[in-house]
Design a protein around this ligand. Structure first.
Ligand code: ATP
Length: 430
C-alpha cells in the first residue's frame, strides 16, 4: 500500500525526494505542483477553523531563529534528546523506544550501547554579539507563541480563555527517518497555545481533544482509522500534566498525527524567570496576577497530508478495469476542475475547450489536458482526486453545453457553458 502511495506521489507530482539529482538528502522531501496545493488546502482549513471561525484565537507568524536563551528556558537544551542504538549486524539505527527486546527488530542482530543526542539543529551567526552567536533552528513553533504572549496581551487585551495559533516550519535532527514523509528533519507544524485559568484547564484539554478529532473527520478521514491514545504518566514530557495523541492507522501501524498536551503554567513561568519579564495575566475581576495554564494542540502538516492521502486512496473495478481514485474531500483536492476535449483532433472542439478553460481560469485551480484519449484523461484526474471533469464534444459546438462528470459517482450531467461557473462554485462550496 505505501509503495503505491509513494509511487503515485512521485509520478503525479505530489512529493519528490529532496535534492534528488544529487542522490537525495535523507528525511527531506519537496512538494510538487499538486503537493503544494494539498498542503496549502490543509493549512487553510486548519487556519479557518481555529482563527476565522472563532473569536478567541489570534494568529501569529514568529521567526524560526530565536534567542538562544529561549531554549534554555523551555528545557530543550537539556531535555530534547533522543536515545539510539545501532545494530552490529545490519548496521541499521533505531530509537531506543522502537526496540522492544535487546535484539535488532529487523535482523535479530546484537545492538550497541545506547547513545544520547540533542535533536535541535545548531546554526551560527559569527557576526552577531556573543550571546546571539549560537543559534538553533526551532524544533517547534510553540516557543514563538510564548515569547509573544505579552505582546498579544498588550495589543489586543484578550480575556481568558484565549489562544494564539501559528503555522510554520520546525526542524529536528531525527535519528531515523523511515516511512516516507512521516518523520522528517524539516516539517511544518500547526500549533495552538490555548491559555486558560488553572481551574479550567482540564475542561479545555478535553474540549480540544474532541475538537481536533472532529476536524480530521470533518475533512474526510474515516472515523475507524482514528483513535485517541492517552499518555501514561511515565511517558509525559517534563512540562506536561496530561497528554493525548490523535493517532491514525497508517499502513505501517497506528501513529501520532497530533498531540494535545496540558502544559500547565510551565512555559510562561520559565520564560518569566529567564527573561525577568513578568508574563503573568492580570485577572481584573479577582484583582490577582496569575500564570495561565496552557492547552496545546500540536499537529504536523505533512503527517496530516500523508494520512489524508492514505485514507483517500481507493482501487476499484469498473467494467473489468482497475480505477485508482483519490477520494479526497473537495476542499482538499489539489485540482478542482479538469477541462478535457473529447476529440483532440477536432480543431473546433479543442478551441471551444480552451475557451471554457479561459472562462474558468482564476476562479478554480484547474488543469487543461488534451494529450490522450478521454478514458485515459479521466483516469489521470481520478488518480489525483479532481472532483469535476468537464468534457467538450461535437454536440457542444451546437448546443453550447458541456458534460460535467463527478469523480466519486462518475455521474455525468450536461450543463450550459453560461452556467458552468456557478454550477461548479455551488458544488465546490464547503
Ligand atoms: P514523535 O513521537 O512522532 O516523534 P513528537 O511527540 O515528538 O512526535 P510533538 O513534539 O508532539 O511530536 O510534535 C507535534 C506534531 O508535530 C506531531 O504530532 C507531528 O504531527 C509533528 N511532528 C513532530 N516531529 C515530526 C517529524 N520529525 N516529522 C514530521 N512531523 C513531525
Amino acid at each position: 500500500m505505501m509503495e503505491k502511495i509513494v509511487s503515485l506521489c512521485k509520478r503525479r507530482g505530489f512529493i519528490f525526494q529532496g535534492s534528488e539529482i544529487y542522490g537525495g538528502l535523507s528525511g527531506i522531501w519537496d512538494y510538487g505542483p499538486l503537493g503544494v496545493e494539498l498542503k496549502k488546502n490543509i493549512k487553510e482549513l486548519w487556519w479557518k477553523s481555529v482563527v476565522y471561525q472563532r473569536t478567541d484565537i489570534y494568529g501569529l507568524d514568529s521567526a524560526i531563529l530565536m534567542h538562544p536563551r529561549v531554549w534554555k528556558a523551555s528545557g530543550h537544551l537539556e531535555n530534547f534528546v533522543d536515545e539510539w542504538v545501532d545494530c552490529k549486524g545490519c548496521k541499521k539505527r533505531f530509537k531506543v523506544e522502537e526496540v522492544e527486546r535487546e535484539r535488532c527488530p529487523e535482523c535479530g542482530g546484537e545492538l550497541t550501547c545506547s547513545r544520547h543526542f540533542n535533536l535541535m539543529f545548531k546554526t551560527s551567526s559569527p557576526g552577531a554579539v556573543e550571546d546571539e552567536q549560537n543559534l538553533f533552528l526551532r524544533p517547534e513553533t510553540a516557543q514563538g507563541i510564548f515569547v509573544n504572549f505579552a505582546n498579544i496581551l498588550d495589543t489586543f487585551h484578550p480575556k481568558l480563555p484565549f489562544g494564539i495559533a501559528q503555522i510554520g516550519k520546525a526542524f529536528r535532527n531525527e535519528i531515523t527517518t523511515r516511512n516516507f514523509t512521516f518523520r522528517t528533519r524539516e516539517f511544518e507544524q500547526m500549533e495552538i497555545e490555548y491559555f486558560t485559568k488553572p481551574e479550567d484547564a482540564e475542561r479545555w484539554y478535553e474540549y480540544w481533544i474532541k475538537e481536533r478529532l472532529d476536524w480530521y473527520i470533518r475533512w474526510g478521514i474515516r472515523k475507524e482509522n482514528l483513535r485517541v491514545r492517552t499518555h501514561q504518566k511515565e511517558e509525559l514530557a517534563h512540562y506536561a500534566q496530561a497528554c493525548a495523541d490523535i493517532e491514525y492507522k497508517f499502513p505501517f501501524g497506528w501513529k501520532e498525527l497530533e498531540g494535545i498536551a496540558n502544559r500547565q503554567d510551565f512555559d510562561l513561568r520559565e520564560h518569566s524567570k529567564e527573561s525577568e519579564e513578568d508574563l503573568r495575566y492580570f485577572d481584573e475581576k479577582r484583582n490577582i496576577s496569575l500564570f495561565p495554564y496552557i492547552i496545546e494542540p500540536s499537529a504536523g502538516v505533512e503527517r496530516s497530508l500523508l494520512a489524508f492521502l492514505v485514507d483517500a486512496y481507493h482501487e476499484e473495478e469498473i467494467k473489468g478495469r482497475k480505477r485508482v481514485v483519490l477520494r479526497l474531500h473537495k476542499a482538499l483536492a489539489p485540482v478542482k476542475v479538469a477541462i478535457l476535449p473529447l476529440l483532440r483532433n477536432r480543431k473546433e472542439v479543442v478551441e471551444m475547450a480552451k475557451r471554457v478553460r479561459d472562462l474558468l481560469l482564476g476562479d478554480f485551480v484547474l488543469r487543461y489536458d488534451d494529450t490522450a484519449s478521454i478514458g485515459k484523461l479521466y483516469r489521470r484526474q481520478d488518480e489525483i482526486g479532481t472532483p469535476y471533469c468537464i468534457t467538450v464534444d461535437v454536440q457542444s459546438l451546437e448546443d453550447r453545453k458541456v458534460t460535467v462528470r463527478e469523480r466519486d459517482t462518475m455521474l455525468q450531467e450536461r450543463v450550459s457553458i453560461d452556467q458552468v461557473k456557478e454550477y461548479l462554485q455551488e458544488r465546490l462550496k464547503c
